[in-house]
Design a binder for this molecule. Structure first.
Ligand code: SAM
Ligand code: SF4
Ligand code: SF4
Length: 378
């Protein structure tokens, strides 16, 4: 148990390593609260996204442009990454606050050695009402076919695969590499589905770049039965030089789909789901749009994110995080960690997407510094 007086150092942002604060665990736990936490806007914390590696085998221009993420890029050394034991301890600390869903991400999470061992550990944890955690993984799919069986055996329930084009040349151009095939990714999706994993496919749509793939992608995943989700290109990080005129809006995506298919909306499965869902009229297959830019959903945002070196971010567009790795390496009890996270979440005010236009100019240029997607994990 906590001794109630231990002072735990927290470096507020090792991302920019600018600020340092000290939190006193006795102060943050003095409210004596138990159970789920809410932030200043009444939002709970239900989902935790954990980046397990900052490296990737692709160089998607919107995430890790190859001009920035060169072979000399200073990726984190192995000892800087949270160990599986540390991740497990952190997750256990988040559970009393209301977390039920975990997403393992990256960089490319399938590059993290023995990631299935981490999943097996996390699959043993139970929510506050004694349910298993819902564990999902987001991957670019290149290694999925060979890893699907061990991931499933470890306790993975869902996999989201990112794929932005079915055309091989465009796939490579978007991925910034001269290898890999969409067919390889599709085989990974098929292998996961055949094993009984719930599969989703994410497509980030960029104007004049891959918007002509909207209909071919919709057809392919209507036929396979996988849920395809079209994602508006977001201004995450600063490396991708995002501009508003590169975004294809959810409205435009739906108009394009209406030119070929008939479909109707279905209710969001859960209040905190980010995707607007639709089902085709002539077959029971769903698709979705995630309109972070044109229809922000900050008021329902219940996600926390932990970077691969253990910084906690309460918004995808944050520029500072809280260094939980330093905390965890100082050997706290789980309830001390829980108290610290409770304090951070209870002070949360983030609603970047709702106030984007007041923070950037209309074109989206002139942005403030933000954490990169490959570091925080999406
Ligand atoms: N490497 C894995 C993958 O690509 O699925 C996991 C990490 S990746 C950062 C997670 C998700 O973020 C992917 O679906 C990717 O398409 C999405 N993403 C990255 N940068 C984005 C951006 N600027 N706008 C929208 N989505 C983005
Ligand atoms: Fe890698 Fe995923 Fe980022 Fe593409 S989106 S560069 S696959 S981390
Ligand atoms: Fe959540 Fe931040 Fe995205 Fe709003 S902008 S939905 S607060 S991650």
């Amino acid at each position: 148990m906590s001794d109630g007086h231990r002072v735990i150092p927290i470096i507020a942002s090792s991302f920019e390593r600018r600020k340092a604060t000290r939190l006193d665990a006795s102060v943050v736990s003095r409210d004596g609260l138990l159970g789920p936490v809410q932030d200043t806007l009444g939002r709970p914390i239900t989902d935790l996204r954990i980046s397990v590696i900052d490296q990737c085998n692709l160089r998607c221009g919107y995430c890790m442009p190859k001009e920035v993420f060169t072979k000399d890029y200073p990726f984190l050394p192995r000892e800087a990454l949270l160990s599986f034991e540390e991740i497990e301890k952190l997750v256990a600390a988040f559970i009393p606050l209301g977390v039920r869903k975990l997403r393992i991400t990256g960089g490319e999470p399938l590059l993290r050695k023995s990631v299935e061992e981490l999943i097996a550990r996390l699959a043993q944890l139970r929510t506050s009402d004694d349910q298993p955690l819902e564990i999902a993984l987001t991957t670019n799919g290149l290694l999925l076919e060979q890893k699907a069986a061990v991931l499933k055996a470890a306790g993975l329930k869902r996999v989201t695969v990112s794929l932005d084009a079915l055309d091989t040349n465009l796939f490579r151009e978007l991925a910034g590499v001269d290898y890999g095939e969409p067919a390889q990714v599709l085989s990974g999706v098929a292998a996961a589905r055949a094993l009984g994993l719930e599969t989703k496919v994410n497509m980030v749509v960029q104007k004049g770049v891959n918007d002509h793939q909207i209909l071919p992608m919709a057809r392919a995943f209507r036929d396979s039965g996988d849920t395809l989700r079209f994602i508006e290109f977001m201004d995450v990080g600063n490396a991708n030089q995002w501009r508003l005129d590169q975004v294809v809006s959810a409205h435009e995506i739906l108009e394009k789909l209406r030119s070929a298919f008939s479909f109707r909306p279905v209710d969001r499965a859960k209040k905190h789901d980010v995707a607007e869902r639709f089902v085709y009229d002539d077959m029971p297959v769903e698709f979705g749009v995630i309109a972070s830019i044109t229809r922000p959903f900050c008021s329902n945002c219940s996600r926390a994110r932990i970077s691969s070196e253990g910084l906690l971010y309460t918004c995808l567009f944050a520029n500072t995080g809280t260094d939980l790795r330093t905390v965890i390496r100082s050997g706290p009890e789980t309830d001390e960690l829980t108290a610290i996270v409770r304090n951070i979440w209870s002070l949360r005010e983030d609603r970047y997407s709702e106030i984007r236009n007041t923070l950037t100019n209309a074109s989206g240029s002139g942005q403030r510094p933000k954490v990169e997607m490959s570091y925080i994990g999406g």
